[in-house]
Write a protein that binds this ligand. Sequence first.
Ligand code: CA
Length: 251
Amino acid sequence: MIQIDAASLTDTGQLRETNEDSLGAFRPANRREMKRKGRLFIVADGMGGHRGGEVASKMAVETIRSYYYSSKEKDPSIALAGAFEKANRLIREKAREDESLLGMGTTCTAMVVLKKKIYFAHVGDSRAYLLRDGKLEQITQDHSLVAEMIRSGVLSREEARSHPQRNVITRSLGAQDSIQIDAPSSPGRIQDGDVFLLCSDGLTNLVSDEEIKSILEGASASEASAQLVDLANERGGADNISVQVVKVQKT
Ligand code: CA
């Protein structure tokens, strides 16, 4: 059996007027569904127009939840990828119907915890981290211009922090008819004491991996969520800040 201590928090930050991030944390009400589908956690960071970002990120969370839990597909990775494709399609349709939403899109990072295994799907520059055995590892790849430049060796991590185009993302839900989704087909195996963090870039632009690690190590899921958001706000809170902390214990 595994026990989960999970908490999430989203905050507008100090400079923005609206919060375009959306969070979802879902668990089926009945045991059979829980055994079949597990728990689902989502972070989405919307963008575009003056209300487009909010609409896109909310649509992503809601579409992925409903698709995932109603899908007959047994493999959670495939179900999640299908859910992302549907969200992409619906966001594009909605933007075509309503001119004020034109160009809206959203990042999306989703995680399923099912029977001691962990599944992911991801597009954009929100992140998932795993803290295991005292080491913090980013387990998603940023789909951003600067991250691609770092991977191809033309930019250093340090330079990326102040790069004028550091906010440009290369993949999102809503941007194009076809999307490339990172949804690894082999699940990760959960170990006792694993801590997962899903977060938007409003956190990671202002709080270092080292700081994230020490907060995740020292606190419950809800305390850690509050401390992460507080720290980003102390640093200026330039963007919306969203976190989901999931601490797993095997019993
Ligand atoms: Ca953001």
